[in-house]
Design a protein. Structure first.
Length: 365
């Protein structure tokens, strides 16, 4: 048996009766048992499905059939209840709408069906009832979207990273900022948490080895003479020689129920790839796991780009620390979030996460 979660919605006719009819017909499907059902919640219509508000809910079922077989059964039920559905159009008002949100821990992306549902993290009318019947599943689903490609990893910063970290630090902030000794001290700080996002060169090395073994269009076989082949071999090995190329890092302190982000930077040859944002998201996940209530940081008043990133994640300007930075005596802007467990923060966090995963080359799609 499999476990699936379905969302149901209606905004035409007797909405509650439509939902109850759908539940009855789902329960009658062979090999299906309804395990849990949320309360029905009223929500405004989205896109062209208005103007009538929807009643929405989520059910948990056990099912013997495959996802595609289940989809076909649900589409049959939709047509039984609403025979004119196709005439009104896909995004129109609905007598009944049934979607598969999750099916076990399956990830599926086909022409017929995508699991997890690709828009579920952006829809509170799905997440609230889902959280009601299965509180842990929402957070697990959010985590499942944050999947880096195999060659990219996030881990704790180590002393062996500091040569690269100090170069990135100097490029980002100038020579008079954090020194190697500062980082060494912070790695021993009991409230500190310092992490790097790095590219695992061993993954690239394995890929280059496969490339060298191919006969068509490989980097080593497109050249006709041996000297060019040797140069190409050197070039491949140089790209792979550093097994842990650090793309960026983030540090923070966790004190009681607050997280203070102390430093964040991206290597200059890896900017505009979402590195800093990926590190920030990973740190927010940690904050949520450890029951942190709010995040805070200081940022240079001139660093408008960084301020824009933080504002995307609902950091708000709360004050100024004058002449805060020793290198230029520039002032620092103090920024705080509200409660990161609030509905507003959580909804925005999910939306920003999905947005980054869809646009950044760091992530498996």
């Amino acid at each position: 048996m499999h476990t699936a979660y379905l969302s149901l919605g209606s905004n035409l006719g007797d909405r509650q009766k439509n939902l109850e009819t759908a539940l009855s017909q789902i329960a009658e499907c062979e090999g299906v048992k309804i395990l849990k059902c949320s309360a029905w919640l009223e929500n405004p219509a989205i896109e062209e499905a208005g103007p009538n508000p929807f009643l929405n809910g989520v059910i948990k079922i056990s099912v013997k059939s495959s996802p595609i077989e289940l989809l076909k059964e649900l589409q049959r039920i939709e047509l039984n209840i609403d025979s004119n559905r196709a005439e009104r159009g896909r995004k129109s008002a609905r007598i009944i709408d049934i979607d598969i949100l999750l099916f076990d821990r399956l990830k599926l992306d086909s022409a017929e069906l995508t699991i997890p549902h690709p828009r579920m993290l952006n829809r509170n009318f799905v997440l609230k009832p889902l959280d009601e019947i299965e509180p842990k599943i929402v957070q697990e689903t959010v985590y499942s979207f944050f999947k880096l490609k195999p060659e990219y990893k996030i881990r704790r910063m180590m002393l062996s990273d500091l040569d690269q970290v100090c170069i990135i630090e100097a490029d980002a902030y100038g020579e008079v900022h954090w020194t190697r000794d500062n980082f060494v001290s912070e790695l021993d700080n009991t409230v500190g948490d310092y992490n790097v996002l790095y590219k695992d060169g061993t993954v690239a090395e394995r890929a280059s080895s496969r490339l060298r073994r191919t006969n068509d269009h490989s980097v080593l076989n497109v050249h006709e003479d041996h000297e060019d082949d040797e140069n190409a071999e050197i070039e491949v090995r140089q790209r792979c020689q550093n097994e842990n190329e650090i793309l960026g890092y983030l540090g923070s302190w966790m004190i009681i129920d607050e997280m203070h982000i102390t430093t964040i930077a991206t290597a200059k040859n890896h900017t505009r790839k979402g590195v800093a944002e990926a590190l920030l998201i990973a740190q927010i996940f940690k904050a949520l796991e450890q029951n942190i209530k709010a995040l805070t940081l200081e940022v240079r008043v001139s660093n408008v780009k960084a301020q824009g990133l933080y504002e995307k994640y609902l950091f708000k300007r709360q004050g100024i620390r004058k002449r805060y930075y020793e290198d230029t005596l520039e002032s620092a802007l103090i920024m705080w979030t509200e409660d990161i467990n609030s509905d507003e923060f959580q909804k925005n966090f999910r939306e920003r996460l999905v947005e980054l995963v869809n646009k950044s080359e760091l992530f498996d799609k």
